[in-house]
Design a protein around this ligand. Sequence first.
Ligand SMILES: [Zn+2]
Length: 134
Amino acid sequence: MTLGPIIFLNTMDKKILGELKIQLEEQKVKILADLESVGSRSGGADVGFDVKFPDYGDSMEDNATEVQDYTKNLSLERDLQKELSDIEKTLTKMEEGTYGVCNYCGQEIELERLKARPESSSCVSCKNQLKGQE
Ligand SMILES: [Zn+2]
């Protein structure tokens, strides 16, 4: 028999859960600050960021660097957005009481793993399996 989310939540230390939540909130603040540094918040219902196009000058060299940095910032912005959405999803799970359960096998995620990376959504063995498929 596998442990369901409800059983697991009863066994999860509320203090640890609180600590992980604080860790996530801090990470979120940091990511938002990083996002603000590469782009500006775009309006609308979704929190999105428009990456700024740098302006270093008008020489060929400047323009090349601008494009290079812009491309770099675009991928940085994508990574940060991805991380941010992982964190938001995790915070929602904490509120719903489904936090700490592997997305793939439904077993509880190792506490050590959650402490190292609170937004983990898979247990160690599923993670390794997924890696093997890549
Ligand atoms: Zn798993």
